[in-house]
Structures are given as structure tokens and as C-alpha cells.
Ligand binder design. Structure first.
Ligand SMILES: [Zn+2]
Length: 350
């Protein structure tokens, strides 16, 4: 079975060691990630660590933007050799953002030759999972017959509808049939059903910026987002997704309504209740963000471990998903607290 791991954006060496300890593996990002990987290699601590070059974040250079001197060419950084030199378990290509419908770009990215075996990084607009484009995406993967590392770009949640989830599952079936490795980078707990259905791996991010490749918001949505984000997002094990701490706080009147309980080691030391993270915006007590992050990591790792260790992980996950959705719905029906709706995969993943 595939592996779940942590995906870290900006981070320090101690974050990497801690997350490797909790999740068994860590994917680092970009040049800063490479620097950390090289350091870990020097001190003999590189096991369980790999890298997403994440070059898809950069705009393609226009010839007019480049300062060129006659006779001197500036070669793009050789990400593949840099990873091969470190002997990383998977070597990923630099990666390109493939805009929806650009089949030629997709084919070109999949056709490139490398001196060592690689997994081709594809940063796909979520629109590729739409009805009009999924056939050509699947066809290109079939024709190329290579290992791929997929991540999706969207303003919010790339897998936000049942048809998109079904389209993504088609890719998983292609990989299984073709005996190819397909891994999912920059995802959330959606990576778990993907791994249960044959993905070779899924790297989970702990912040909204590492759970998918973000696209710009509309101005109005951005305002609402900024107002809300003053209160930290907290992973709620019983809902299997994240909620704002101030929204959870509205459940205090009902003693947390049965969803704010957490038995991760961080919460166990503090009374088991996520309600404690609700504080006045702008007056976050020192250390609370670290404590939220600590809880998020522990709680996610615990949920994943419990499900994978059960006799029938798929059934266990389904049971918890149904439970989570029902809990969220009954709170929504009975109490006017404004919980975020469950993400589509919780009840849309068949
Ligand atoms: Zn906790």
C-alpha cells in the first residue's frame, strides 16, 4: 500500500525531523527544501525525506524578461541531478503548471527525457478533472506510460464536486492497470482514500497554502477570507476536516456538541477540548499557533494511523466519513453556528 507523508513548505530542520517522526516521511519544497535536504544528508538524517522542486510556481520566463549576454546561456537549474546526487527514493522533475486544455503542453511535459528514472510532476488546473478534459488527460497519461506526481491548482478545494472526484479516481485506475506510480502532492486528508485506492503516496500539507496550488481569489472572496483567517484553522478529528477556532468556539454553549473532543497527545495535556483554541482575534496568546500546529500534526497522524491499522481500512474510513458528515449536518440543522460544510470527498467519495 502507498504511504502518507507530510508536505512542508517554508520550514526549518526541526519541523522536518518532527514531521518525519510523526508521519514516517516528509516532502520538502523548492530551493529552500533542497538546502535542508543537503544539510540533512551531511548529518546523516536524510532518510524518509524527498523533494518537490515546485518549479511550477514560477512563471515561465519570457525571452524579453531575461538579461542575456551574447554567447552566454543561462541553463535552468538541474533539479533531477540535484535529487539523484542525494540518492532520494523518488526523483521528481522540476514540474510545470499545465493549464486546462493545453494538451500539447501536457504531452511535451510527459515526453521529456531524463538520465535517471523520474516521476513527472504535473501541476494540473483542477479543470482537467472536468467532463470536457478528463478524457484527454487520461489518454495522455496512457500514451506516455510514466510515473507521475500530480497536484492540483484551484482557488479553494480542487476536488470540490463528485464528478471531479470520479475523474480523479479514473486516474488512479489508470495507474493501477498500467502498474505505474501515481502520487498526489500537496493534498489534505483526501490523500488517504487515494492511497487506499492505489496511489503510491500522498503528501499532506498543514496550511491552506500547501494543501493545493492556490489560484487567485476574486476580490470579494479574498476579503471574506482575510476576515475569517484571523482565527486559526484547526483540524477537527471527529469532522475529518478543518474549522476556524472562533467558529468552534460558538459550540461552547453546547459543550462542543460532541465534535471538539481530541485525544491527541497535545490535547490530552490540555483537557482534550479544541474549544481552547477560540480566542479574541488579534489577541492570540503567545504559542497558541504552535500549539494548533502541533495538534494538527498529531491529530492527522493519529487518524491516519488508526485507519490504516484497522482490519479493513477502506471500511473504517467510510464509517468515519459518514459519521463526520452526519455530525456536521446535524449541528448545521440544529444550531446556527456557521460550521464550514464538509469537503466533497467526505460524502462524495463512493
Ligand atoms: Zn489534538
Amino acid at each position: 500500500m502507498g504511504r502518507m507523508r507530510a508536505y512542508l513548505g517554508r520550514c526549518r530542520v526541526d519541523d522536518v525531523l518532527r514531521c518525519r517522526d510523526r508521519f514516517g516521511g516528509v516532502t520538502l519544497q523548492g530551493l529552500a527544501g533542497l538546502r535542508i535536504a543537503r544539510y540533512l544528508d551531511r548529518v546523516g538524517e536524510l532518510s524518509g525525506v524527498d523533494l518537490d522542486p515546485a518549479a511550477y510556481r514560477n512563471r515561465p520566463a519570457k525571452p524579453s524578461d531575461q538579461l542575456t549576454l551574447p554567447g552566454i546561456e543561462c541553463a535552468p537549474f538541474d533539479w533531477v541531478s540535484a535529487q539523484a546526487e542525494l540518492d532520494l527514493p523518488v526523483v521528481r522533475t522540476a514540474g510545470a503548471r499545465i493549464r486546462v486544455g493545453r494538451v500539447d503542453d501536457l504531452r511535451a511535459e510527459l515526453a521529456r527525457d531524463y538520465p535517471v528514472p523520474v516521476s513527472v510532476v504535473l501541476a494540473l488546473d483542477a479543470g482537467w478533472l472536468g467532463r470536457r478534459h478528463i478524457d484527454s488527460l487520461e489518454e495522455a497519461l496512457r500514451a506516455a506510460d510514466r510515473d507521475v506526481s500530480v497536484l492540483f491548482a484551484a482557488a479553494y478545494n480542487p476536488l470540490d464536486t463528485v464528478p471531479k472526484i470520479e475523474a480523479f479516481r479514473r486516474l488512479l485506475r489508470w495507474a493501477a492497470d498500467a502498474r505505474r506510480d501515481l502520487e498526489l502532492l500537496r493534498t489534505d486528508l483526501t490523500g488517504l482514500p487515494a492511497v487506499l485506492e492505489g496511489a503510491t503516496g500522498a503528501a499532506i500539507g498543514f496550511s491552506t497554502s500547501t494543501r493545493h496550488l492556490g489560484l487567485p481569489f476574486a476580490a470579494k472572496a479574498r476579503d471574506a477570507y482575510n476576515r475569517r483567517k484571523r482565527s486559526p484553522l484547526v483540524f477537527v478529528p471527529r469532522l475529518l476536516h478543518w474549522q476556524r477556532a472562533n467558529i468552534l468556539g460558538r459550540l461552547a454553549e453546547w459543550d462542543g456538541a460532541g465534535v471538539t473532543y481530541c485525544d491527541c497527545p497535545v490535547c490530552a495535556r490540555a483537557g482534550h477540548d479544541l474549544l481552547r483554541f477560540d480566542t479574541i482575534p488579534g489577541e492570540l496568546p503567545a504559542g497558541i499557533e504552535n500549539e494548533v500546529r502541533d495538534h494538527d500534526e498529531h491529530a492527522l497522524a493519529m487518524v491516519i494511523e488508526q485507519i490504516l491499522a484497522s482490519d479493513n481500512p477502506a471500511a473504517e474510513l467510510k464509517f468515519r466519513r459518514i459519521n463526520a458528515v452526519q455530525r456536521g449536518r446535524s449541528i448545521g440543522a440544529a444550531l446556527d453556528v456557521g460550521l464550514d460544510a464538509p469537503p466533497a470527498w467526505l460524502d462524495g467519495w463512493a
